[in-house]
Write a protein that binds this ligand. Structure first.
Ligand code: SAM
Length: 260
């Protein structure tokens, strides 16, 4: 069962979320003033690219990101019809994969501009932050998040918060950029430092900002949290049977875990 409209509305009233159910009424809340720095980065970056996010995310990942999302969802053993929370849902690309597999989805994102796509797919959409989720303990059969952990001040605390809203035995899946190694390493540097920033010349100014930001941000994240440390972090947050898969020469990182 999805959290009810009343439960989500209570979070809105408490000032921790705004909600839209299947494209119906939407409310806003003053989340922005109180956000920590990495989350403020996401406010600076995403609203201006919301309109053409899906097209350019596909072009700039050379079509790979769709495979990463599809595989993450395909290998997420949540029961069909079960409620799944998609955190940092953006325009709803993971949300729609989940819906195609018969899950009932609540899509949560910081930026309402990005959430418009998820609302169009008639998912329940909630404006909120991944680090303080406006849901009761064990509300969901599963949760997913794509490209969230680089935008929270403390990834371990956020993973604990994700674990809190998933029932014991429930499943969680993640998509994130990886950091290619070996001979793919220099290609990655070339691509992220030259090609990505230059993409803005065609895709628009918003993508110049994103293109300049992404390479150094992804590298810094993986220096702080190498793959083995991420597994340990998931375990410390309350997950077991943690699995990792690197895809597309290491440019994509998928993870899954089961809530203890
Ligand atoms: C790169 S987009 C990914 C969207 C979607 N998951 C996908 O796979 O296409 C990152 C999204 O994370 C959202 N976001 C960033 N930090 C967040 C936070 N702390 N809480 C909730 N959403 C956040 C942004 O607004 C943006 O929509």
């Amino acid at each position: 069962m999805l959290p009810s409209r009343d439960e989500i509305a209570a979070a809105v009233t408490a000032g921790t979320a705004a909600v839209s159910h299947g494209g119906e009424a939407e409310t806003r809340c003053p989340l922005k003033q109180t956000l920590p720095e990495p989350t403020r980065d996401a406010i600076g970056l995403f609203p201006s690219i919301a309109r053409n996010y899906e097209r350019w995310a596909a072009i700039l990942s050379m079509g790979q990101d769709a495979y990463w999302r599809r595989e993450m969802v395909a290998r997420l053993p949540a029961p069909r019809g079960g409620a799944v929370l998609d955190i940092a849902a953006g325009t709803g690309l993971i949300t729609r994969e989940l819906q195609r597999r018969g899950h009932q989805v609540v899509a949560l994102d910081l930026n309402p501009e990005m959430l418009a796509g998820a609302i169009a797919s008639r998912a329940s959409a909630v404006q909120g932050v991944g680090q303080t989720l406006p849901f009761a303990d064990g509300s969901f059969e599963g949760a997913t998040f794509g490209y969230l952990l680089r935008y929270v001040p403390d990834p371990l605390e956020t993973l604990r918060e994700v674990a809190r809203v998933v029932r014991p035995g429930g499943v969680v899946g993640m998509v994130e950029f990886g950091r290619p190694r070996g001979i793919a390493g220099p290609l990655w540097v070339l691509y992220t430092r030259l090609v990505l920033p230059a993409s803005g010349l065609i895709a628009g100014l918003g993508w110049t900002r994103v293109g300049r930001f992404l390479g150094p941000n992804i590298d810094a994240f993986h220096r702080r949290h190498p793959e083995a440390a991420l597994v340990t972090m998931w375990e410390a947050a309350g997950f077991e049977a943690v699995r990792v898969a690197r895809r597309s020469l290491g440019g994509g990182l998928l993870m899954w875990g089961r809530r203890r």
